[in-house]
Each structure stands twice: as structure tokens, then as C-alpha cells.
Ligand binder design. Structure first.
Ligand code: F6P
Length: 547
């Protein structure tokens, strides 16, 4: 296999041993002590970039550890890898593809070459087509088959063809126009029925999004919806109500969608990184081309930051290195992402695909099984709701769970009182996680409680907080299309950095194939068209389904 990216087992690097030793030296040092030992700690643990204030000081790391992590990035040839990605080299080696989701949002004037061809003119033309289409639908100039304007959009897609657009449309609710945008993803008939419930075929536009146009869930849903539509509308009406986003224009044509209604995408845009491309059509319809452009611009700025900033000032690089520190040296099993805004309630679910489909790999770039931990498990929910759900475990459980706290200084509707309370919680939680509460503090509180000394003694241990729970704080001015674009791009680059340093391929997803293949086999059995051999458990299950 061609070696475009470095092939370096990180554990073979000298710096890995140094990091191990350093971990042994500092793992008993509390966060409070790190602050005492380093009076100028904030000088190297805060990055201010554009409207982002990123504070990574509340981590179980000191300057020496941070410098070693930066050395890991150097020794792992990260700089060359970043250049290889942005210059269109085929770094997705196992699929023989370039990785250029950044091309749709580039702010640089340099050509972006894939196999010698500048892809920017085509991307511009496609964006123009997309914008013109969205303008028509939003303005009501695009009419349905009975002459009525469109009121509802249904995005039919799954994985990257659903999660990104759905998350962004929800996140940008404040910037939305009158169109109601819904998402159907699951092959479950009930989901599709619920989404379709009160829809009027005369005023609904269906956007079928599938890079391959072969995904079982999407094609089943699209077929059922087309049947429903044709039970009420003539065949010619399809052109007014169905559009497609795909690389597979043969299949879109076979489905009955004209080339004017097909928005092409490129195979060098991975599904889970595709919301910037035509896959973002539903976003563009929901918030309009100007806001969509701002989303792209924000991401483009983050791309430039990632490419140009020195590693110690580079937000995606620093957050990736900290994540490696906990994953590989502290044996942390998972990371939490807590956005302090309801608009971003689905950011953790979106990032689960981005992070876990990309870095959930066990074969190194040398083709052998890795002998160290890779992909992090991501979970989370919006704060403050999460505080009343799972924060107990983060504060007092046995597991170390590094968490990213994402907050916005200003609310969008300007309700100061609520925003003050939200931000108070946002800040208080990271402080509490870091400092905890000692037995002495608990004793003092209990003394004032009027409880008997025996009861005080009994309950005191349960009220102690160990503290020392690490967090990163990402404080952004306000939630705008541009800041959202930058935030998403930040996590995309964090994924890339970790994949490079773990020596795995982040841009393929072979791990989803086996289940898909077997589902087709099992489907034949369920439909009575086949009788394949299965293990005893599976056979019994199938029998139970058939009964
Ligand atoms: O889950 C696997 C996957 O290939 C994702 O990577 C992708 O986002 C999703 O399926 C949907 O694929 P498609 O856009 O081709 O329908």
C-alpha cells in the first residue's frame, strides 16, 4: 500500500517513554497544586482566537507534560500530514481517495488539486446552483405540482447524510426561515410514518441525500415516500417535489430524478464530514444561502487557524493532544461533551459519528493491530440538563471522564437573567469538578447543620468530592452560523490529529460493512426467501420473530 502519511507507531517514539515517565511523576499532583506550582499557568493554557476563548488550564497536566505532548506532535510528523490532507493527496489510503471536505469552505485563493485538477471552479458552480435553488424555494417562486409554494422539507438520509444537516438546522433555529424542515433517517416504518403524518404532497419537498445512493435505510424510505406521493400526485409531479444529493448520478437518474434536480457531491468528501457540501442542502434551505455561506466561512477560518497556527496555539491540535494524554496515559475510557445551549443538544450525537466512526480503529497504518488504545468514546448532553442527569457520575463516580464545556457569552434573545444563571452553572461546574470538596469542608458544613455528631460522622464521606476532574472550557461570544462552522471544523481537525498520531486511517469506515452485509442475508430469512445457517442464538431469535 502507498505510504502517503507517516507510518509511526507512537509507542516506539522516544517521547512516548518520556510521557509515560512524566505521567508517573505527576499523576498524584492535584489540579490545585498545578495552579500553585505554576503561577503563570494561564499564559500557556489559554488560547484566544477570533471569538473563541479556550481554557485548558483545568487539566492534569503541567508545562513539561504539555511540551512533551507538543513534541509528540512533532515526532509524529503532524505538520506534514496536515499539508498532505489540504493539498489533496490521497490520504484516505484504504479507499484510495483524497480528503477535501475543507475545499468547499476554503478562504485561500490557491487552487485545490485532485489528480492535477483544480476542484474549486466546480465547487463554486455547484454552490451557485444550490443557492439559486434554495432562493427559489424560500421565496416561493418554486411551485409544487398544483402551483402552491413549498412549506415543508423532508431530508431523507442517514449517518453523515442526516446527523450533520439535522444538528445544524436545529443549532441554527434562531436563524431559520418559514420552511419546516424534518429529517427521516431510520428504516423503522414508524419513524417514517411519524415524520410523514400531516404532510401535504402539494407543498412538501423531499431531499434524498445519499453519497452512494445504495444505503438500505435511505433508499427504502425514499421508495416508500415516492409511493405515498404517487398515490396522490401524477408522475410528472416528481420533478417539483424530489431532489437528490449524491455522487451516484446513475442511481439518482434511475430513481427518476432529473439532472437539474440532482446536486452532485465528490467522493473525496466523507459522509460524516459532508455538511459543507451539497449534503448541506437542507441547511441552506432552512437558513438561506447567506447564513450557509457564513457557516462555511467560519469553518474556513478554523481551517486556516489549524493549518497556520503554531501547535502550542492551535486549538484542534492542543485539544487532540490532551485527549491522547487521557486516553493513552490515564486510561480514560470516554470523554463528555457538554454544550451549554439547548440549540446544540445534538452536537454530542453528531460528534459520535465524526469521532467514533473515524477513530474507532484497531489496525495501524502498517496493517497490523495496534498495541495501544485508539478512538475515544464520546457522549454528552446539553447543560444544565446534563447536571440533573449524569453529572453525579462525573463528580463522584470511579471513572475519570475528561469533559469539554462549550458555552456562549451572549444569548440570542438577550435574556440577561437566564443567561447569567446559565453561565454561572457553566463556570461553577468546571470549578467544582476541579476543586471538589474536602472532608474538612464537609465537616464544617455539617457542624452548622444541627445534625447529631453521629449522623454527621455517618454521612460525611458521601458528601466529599475528590475533585481533580479535568475539563476544557470553550467560551464563544455567541452562537452564529460562523461560530458554529468554526466549532464543528475544530472537532473535525481534532479527529484528524488523533488519527495521525495513533497511526490509524481516520477516513474509512470498514467497520460498518459487516452488519450491513449480514442484514441483507437475515432479511432474506425473515422474508422467507432464504434459509441461511446461523448460530443457535440467532436462529432462535429468527424463529421468535417468525412466530
Ligand atoms: O454508516 C456508514 C455510512 O457509510 C456513513 O459513513 C455515511 O455517512 C452513511 O453510511 C450514509 O451513507 P450514504 O450517504 O452513502 O447513504
Amino acid at each position: 500500500m502507498q505510504k502517503i502519511l507517516p507510518d509511526t507507531n507512537p509507542t516506539q517514539l522516544n517521547v512516548w517513554e518520556s510521557l509515560k515517565r512524566h505521567f508517573e511523576n505527576i499523576n498524584q499532583i492535584s489540579l490545585k497544586t498545578h495552579f500553585e506550582n505554576e503561577p503563570k499557568r494561564l499564559d500557556y493554557t489559554v488560547i484566544q482566537w477570533e471569538d473563541f476563548y479556550v481554557d485548558f488550564s483545568k487539566n492534569r497536566l503541567d508545562k513539561k507534560g504539555f511540551d512533551l505532548l507538543l513534541q509528540l506532535a512533532q515526532e509524529g510528523n503532524l505538520k506534514q500530514a496536515i499539508e498532505a490532507q489540504f493539498s489533496g493527496e490521497k490520504i484516505n489510503v484504504t479507499e484510495d481517495r483524497a480528503v477535501l471536505h475543507s475545499a468547499s469552505r476554503t478562504l485561500k485563493n490557491d487552487p485545490v488539486l485532485v489528480e492535477g485538477e483544480n476542484v474549486l471552479p466546480n465547487l463554486e458552480a455547484t454552490l451557485k446552483k444550490m443557492n439559486a435553488f434554495c432562493d427559489q424555494v424560500i421565496s416561493g417562486k418554486w411551485k409544487g405540482y398544483t402551483g402552491k409554494p413549498i412549506t415543508h422539507i423532508v431530508n431523507i438520509g442517514i449517518g453523515g447524510s442526516d446527523l450533520g444537516p439535522a444538528m445544524v438546522v436545529e443549532a441554527l433555529e434562531h436563524y431559520k426561515n418559514h420552511l419546516e424542515v424534518r429529517f427521516v433517517s431510520n428504516v423503522e416504518g414508524d419513524h417514517h410514518q411519524e415524520i410523514m403524518k400531516d404532510l401535504d404532497p402539494e407543498t412538501t419537498l423531499f431531499v434524498i441525500v445519499s453519497k452512494t445512493f445504495t444505503t438500505q435505510e435511505t433508499i427504502s424510505n425514499a421508495n416508500s415516500i415516492r409511493t405515498w406521493f404517487l398515490s396522490q400526485a401524477p408522475k410528472e409531479a416528481i420533478t417539483k417535489h424530489f431532489v437528490a444529493v449524491s455522487t451516484n448520478t446513475e442511481k439518482t437518474a434511475a430513481f427518476g430524478i432529473s439532472s437539474e434536480n440532482t446536486f452532485p457531491m465528490n467522493d473525496w468528501v466523507g459522509g460524516r464530514f459532508s455538511l459543507w457540501s451539497t449534503v448541506g442542502l437542507s441547511i441552506c434551505l432552512a437558513v438561506g444561502p447567506k447564513n450557509f455561506e457564513q457557516l462555511l466561512k467560519g469553518a474556513g477560518k478554523m481551517d486556516a487557524h489549524f493549518q497556520d497556527a503554531s501547535f502550542d496555539q492551535n486549538i484542534p491540535v492542543v485539544l487532540a493532544l490532551i485527549s491522547i494524554w487521557y486516553n493513552n496515559f490515564w486510561n480514560a475510557e470516554s470523554e463528555a461533551i457538554i454544550p451549554y445551549t439547548q440549540y446544540l443538544r445534538n452536537l454530542p450525537a453528531y460528534l459520535q459519528q465524526g469521532i467514533m466512526e473515524s477513530n474507532g480503529k484497531s489496525i495501524g497504518r502498517d496493517g497490523h493491530r495496534v498495541n495501544y488504545q485508539t478512538g475515544t468514546i464520546i457522549w454528552g448532553a446539553s447543560g444544565t440538563n446534563a447536571q440533573h442527569a449524569f453529572f453525579q457520575l462525573i463528580h463522584q463516580g470511579t471513572k475519570l471522564i475528561p469533559a469539554d464545556f462549550i458555552g456562549f457569552k451572549k444569548s440570542l434573545y438577550g435574556n440577561k437573567d437566564h443567561q447569567d444563571k446559565l453561565l454561572a452553572n457553566f463556570v461553577a461546574q468546571t470549578e467544582a469538578l476541579m476543586n471538589g470538596k474536602t472532608r474538612d469542608q464537609v465537616n464544617k458544613e455539617l457542624e452548622a447543620s444541627g445534625l447529631s455528631p453521629e449522623t454527621q460522622e455517618k454521612i460525611a464521606p458521601f458528601k466529599v468530592f475528590e475533585g481533580n476532574k479535568p475539563t476544557n472550557t470553550l467560551l464563544i461570544d455567541s452562537l452564529t452560523p460562523a461560530s458554529l462552522g468554526a466549532l464543528i471544523a475544530l472537532y473535525e481537525h481534532k479527529i484528524f490529529v488523533q488519527g495521525i498520531l495513533w497511526n490509524i486511517y481516520s477516513y474509512d469506515q470498514w467497520g460498518v460493512e459487516l452488519g450491513k452485509q449480514l442484514a441483507n442475508v437475515v432479511l432474506e430469512d425473515i422474508k422467507g426467501k432464504g434459509q441461511h445457517a446461523h448460530d443457535k442464538s440467532t436462529s432462535a431469535l429468527l424463529k421468535h420473530i417468525a412466530d
